[in-house]
Write a protein that binds this ligand. Structure first.
Ligand code: UD2
Length: 314
């Protein structure tokens, strides 16, 4: 019997991970979420099987008892978004840095067995080399990127100073079912899919030739579980990308082809803090964690589109 805690478990990545963990026999799963960006409805079909705690990671006293003694803590709770961290730097700092410190402190004091931390590819910034390799010097361009990098540093320091067995995974533009398209800070694929389903033009920031290593949520959730079981990885950081890259123009074209539409995109000024190109080197994660992403962009988009269509007509 293993006890898992997923912070941010009501988010689209967290809720996918929760479902995977529940697939294990005898798994006990607790979720910590304050429903700022996560949604209860993301956990609807599994809510009777989990211990759902409405708690904020900024509140140490509230979360410490939930984390105490967990076999694995998946720390995914965050205020995501590069532009949001520029427009609202205070809450983003408080959740992403102070909240992460609280989670790690509670895990160390409460003797959690393992922590997996959701770090971000944004740590690389605009360093020219592709693919991005973990050994490269980071170069954050936004508060969000700096905050996620600080989380990695804390993972390393908590390992060295307090013996906490934590591993950081740099997520690369994760997308998939249940990603919420309703905020201007939402991930671009969720926004594109909503536009497609509603037959509207999306706004592309810049020329649309910026590239991202879009990674399907099932692959990321699978890697989180593999990383929690990989020996000898305490204090380390790994890329959790797919190892490819696609421009926004290409993604919009593929989506149009899937629907048999030809909706043009609108173009606006580039977004502040934006990185131009991003693509993961997956060698280290493959060798040390057994990373083996299954989903091509087309397959991931097809599944995600299906979900948006079903939830839009519901
Ligand atoms: C960053 C990280 C990603 C993850 C994410 C969390 C990089 C390379 N990636 O994603 O790993 O941590 O932050 O939030 O730093 N865009 C449009 N139109 C829209 C919305 C977005 O053109 O309506 C553009 C945006 O300017 C950017 C791209 O789409 O060039 C991707 O934006 P995003 O917000 O989906 O993710 P990004 O790359 O900031």
């Amino acid at each position: 019997m293993s006890r898992y805690v997923v912070t941010g478990g009501a988010g689209f990545i967290g809720s996918t991970l929760v479902r995977k963990l529940l697939g294990e026999s005898g798994a006990e799963v607790a979720v910590i979420d304050n429903f700022l960006t996560g949604k209860r409805s993301n956990l609807d079909e599994v809510s009777s099987q989990i211990d759902l705690q409405d708690a904020d990671i900024r509140n140490y006293g509230r979360i410490a008892p939930i984390l105490r003694g967990a076999d694995v803590v998946y720390h995914l709770a965050a205020i995501p978004s590069v532009p949001r961290s520029i427009h609202e730097p205070v809450p983003s700092h408080e959740v992403n840095i102070d909240g992460t410190f609280n989670v790690l402190r509670a895990c160390a004091e409460g003797k959690a067995g393992k922590v997996i931390f959701a770090a971000s590819s944004s740590a690389y910034g605009d360093t020219p080399t592709l693919p991005k390799v973990e050994s490269m010097l980071p170069n954050p361009k936004s508060p969000y990127a700096a905050q996620k990098l600080m989380g990695e540093q804390y993972i390393s320091v908590f390992h060295q100073c307090f013996g906490l067995n934590g591993t950081a995974l740099r997520f690369f533009n994760v997308y998939g079912p249940r990603q919420d398209p309703s905020s201007p800070y939402s991930g671009v694929i969720s926004i594109f899919l909503r536009c497609l389903v509603e037959r509207r033009s999306p706004t592309i920031h810049g020329d649309g030739e910026q590239t991202r290593d879009f990674t399907f949520v099932e692959d990321v959730a699978g890697l989180c579980i593999k990383a929690s079981r990989a020996p000898g990885t305490g204090g380390q950081t790994f890329n959790a990308g797919n190892g490819g890259r696609f421009s926004l123009n290409k993604v919009w074209q593929v989506l149009n082809e899937m629907e048999g539409t030809n909706i043009p995109a609108n173009y606006g000024p580039p977004r502040e803090g934006d990185v131009r190109d991003s693509m993961a080197c997956t060698k280290l994660a493959t060798a040390k964690l057994g990373h083996a992403p299954h989903f091509s962009l087309e397959e991931g988009l097809r599944r995600t589109l299906q979900w948006y269509k079903a939830s839009h007509s519901a």
